[in-house]
Ligand binder design. Structure first.
Ligand code: SF4
Ligand code: SF4
Length: 138
């Protein structure tokens, strides 16, 4: 009997395929089981979905290949994102790339707030932060 394997991944769905039954096909065609951990739509841009996908390694690979063929970008799930507050100098760059609003400017103080409950673990802030204040915690 084939062993079941699981992968935790972040999927970026381009805007033009948001209404397509992509996840349904993963189940129907590749017999994969999914558990959606978080989902978020950036209006007019993309949909983000954090999920655990399980199946035989062969089917899992076929499913991932199918997603790529539909222009879905796949990233491995970062376990959690933390902010090192003593490094952050409030430049605000991260608020421009955060798709879920987890990083936002608080008005009128203009301080950058981090709400980890809204974070979809995409890692964009880690890449852009000049102070290396946003970190992946495993
Ligand atoms: S990009 Fe980095 S330094 Fe700038 S506000 Fe965001 S966390 Fe702070
Ligand atoms: S990883 Fe960073 S940019 Fe991505 S959702 Fe979380 S806080 Fe926002």
């Amino acid at each position: 009997m084939a062993e079941t394997v699981s992968r935790r991944i972040v999927l970026h769905f381009p805007n033009e395929i948001l209404d397509k039954p992509i996840v349904f096909i993963l189940v129907k065609e590749f017999e994969l089981v999914f558990n959606i951990l978080k989902a978020f739509v950036v209006p007019d841009e993309e949909g983000l979905m954090v999920m655990e996908l399980s199946g035989t390694s062969e089917n899992l690979q076929k499913g991932l290949d199918y997603l790529k063929s539909r222009n879905v970008r796949i990233e491995p799930l970062k376990q959690s994102i933390v902010r090192l507050d003593d490094r952050c100098y409030q430049c605000g760059l991260c608020t421009g790339v955060c798709p879920s609003g987890a990083l936002s400017l608080k008005r009128p103080s203009m301080e950058v707030e981090f709400d980890s409950d809204k974070c979809v673990l995409c890692g964009a802030c880690v890449e852009i932060c000049p102070a290396r204040a946003m970190k992946i915690a495993f």
